[in-house]
Design a protein around this ligand. Structure first.
Ligand code: DC
Length: 240
């Protein structure tokens, strides 16, 4: 199993905010922002914009579970077969490329598969694949190898993977609003998307508990820009 994270970011350009945070806290700890929440809660676009505003790399942890699922589907394995899934992951090189602007790219054996990761098929199987402890360990190990400061989104970033992060957020929204945001991005219609999201919420429930020290933001009535503004304001307040 080979996997690497590539950051196209120059550390010297990290914002004054980070420097302030470092000075205020009198330490050299990295500046890690976690954004967790259920599917289509807006965390990916919010995290991306927050990362851009702070000039930090953005990491989408769900893409690693999606890449594992794509491999399982391509090789026609049973998503439930944990041992077979782990053996398969061991045979492929999966790279996550994170940048300060734009979305992440995923390369499998050198080939960019990013455009294949958000299909109804991957959506329908990713919860089963990501439930396996072996798969979670495969992802956790890679995420914990990330050095420096970054903004990361997922389900359990603030609880399990980066419990020490100082800036934690948890985004929610009603299933209906989340489904509406997905229409157009998926082949299915609104009703099917709503049902699929609710099913995924149930299957992902174990990973979905918010960190007790995360700021919870209900995004049902908010635009992505408003959520980004709230997140940045909270970070500034916490730093000052
Ligand atoms: O955020 P997303 O919809 O791309 O995530 C896809 C799936 O990956 C999600 O249904 C559950 C799993 N996942 C997870 O278990 N833990 C994470 N931190 C991120 C995603």
């Amino acid at each position: 199993m080979i996997m690497s994270m590539t950051f196209a970011m120059e550390r010297e350009t990290a914002s004054e905010l980070i420097e302030e945070d470092r000075l205020m806290n009198d330490n050299d700890k990295c500046f890690v922002v976690t954004l967790d929440g259920p599917a289509a809660s807006g965390k990916s676009s919010v995290a991306q914009q927050v990362a851009e505003a702070l000039n930090l790399p953005f990491v989408s942890s769900g893409l690693l579970y999606r890449a594992a699922t794509l491999l399982v589907l391509k090789h026609r394995l049973l998503p439930e077969d944990e041992a077979a899934v782990l053996a398969l992951l061991g045979k492929h090189r999966v790279e996550l490329i994170a940048r300060t602007t734009g979305s992440n790219r995923i390369l499998v054996d050198g080939q960019d598969v990013s455009a294949q990761l958000h299909t109804d098929d991957v959506d329908a199987n990713v919860s089963v694949v990501s439930r396996h402890d072996a798969v979670r360990d495969w992802v956790y190990k890679r995420l914990r190898e990330i050095k420096g400061s970054f903004v990361i989104e997922g389900r359990d970033m603030g609880t399990v993977v980066f419990p020490e992060a100082r800036h934690k957020f948890y985004l929610t929204a009603s299933a209906e609003v989340r489904a509406k945001r997905r229409v157009g991005e998926r082949a299915a219609g609104l009703r099917q998307i709503t049902e699929a999201l609710k099913r995924r919420d149930q299957l992902d429930a174990k990973q979905l508990a918010p960190a007790s020290d995360a700021l919870k933001i209900d995004t049902t009535e908010l635009t992505a820009e408003q959520v980004v503004a709230k997140v940045l304001k909270q970070i500034r307040t916490a730093v000052n």
